[in-house]
Design a protein around this ligand. Sequence first.
Ligand code: ZN
Length: 339
Amino acid sequence: MKRIISAAAVLLSVILVFAGCSVNRGSGDFTTVENSETQEQTVTETTEKAKPKYTQEQLNKMVAFTFDDGPGTSTTNKILDMLEEYGFTATFFVIGRNIDDSTAASMRRAITLGCEIGNHTQNHNTGLNNLPIDRAKEEIEATSDAIEKATGIRPTLMRPPGGSFSNLKGKIDYAIIHWCVDTNDWRKKGSAGNYQAARNLADYIIDQVSGNPGAIVLMHDIYQFTAETVEIVIPELAEMGYRICSVSELAEAYGEKLEPGQVYFRINRTTTLEPGRYIVNTRESPLTLRAQPEPDAEVLLRLAKGTEITVEACEHGWAKTSYRGTTGWVNADYLTEAE
Ligand SMILES: [Zn+2]
């Protein structure tokens, strides 16, 4: 009986977690089970699998949206309107110097909707890597001061402008959030009002997040074009059963703690592979073989999609392999077992 009660509590918490989706027009995989027979079955499975908060199917359809370079006002609010309508969340990496009374209001609205605010430095200095670490920290802390003053919450995540993190890694008290899906929305900022351009970018995003669990998507909430793209892509991903969420929500879903000083390109860096033969299965670019199991380690080789390799070991999502006499590490997420 006790087990049934705790199992019911697990199910209830799952329902509560996804209660935000109730207005969602197409939350297929996130709706709760309907008939009691199925319900009982789900509860039993949930209990026996060490009480996961989310089913694997749900995890596979969670994706983090991140918006940089704000806070803005009208464009940020358009994006928040969409998130609110679907009960979704996102992470906004804001620039300290952009925070004023009107933009602070959109940050507070974001937090009210369950979104999170991250740090994108005070002046968007893309040369952060070339600054002495103390100067870089000043840029970061000034922004956190402004965010905390505006919202009452001090951020724990940061994104270096331009994504250059090598100087910050291991040296700052913030988890460093990179991305794995770059929408390059800023290149099309002049396409506001062009439906086909927004349609094309929405299709690109859907393609990139499909079959890409734990993905972190990069956009910018200061462009009208981005807001127009979001207005297309959010309803369609919802229809496909996706849940769009903040980076922290995604990490929590995976039970992954975002560690200060560590760099994250995606969540779900927990892929473990048994030693054996695997095929490189990247989406577009070749898979990089690196000297160390680190995202910024020296690149030794680039392995084309379809290359067959032997995995010798796997740690924290990095697979050790030798290819034509060169030994290094590749991202295990992009390997599929050879037939
Ligand atoms: Zn930026």
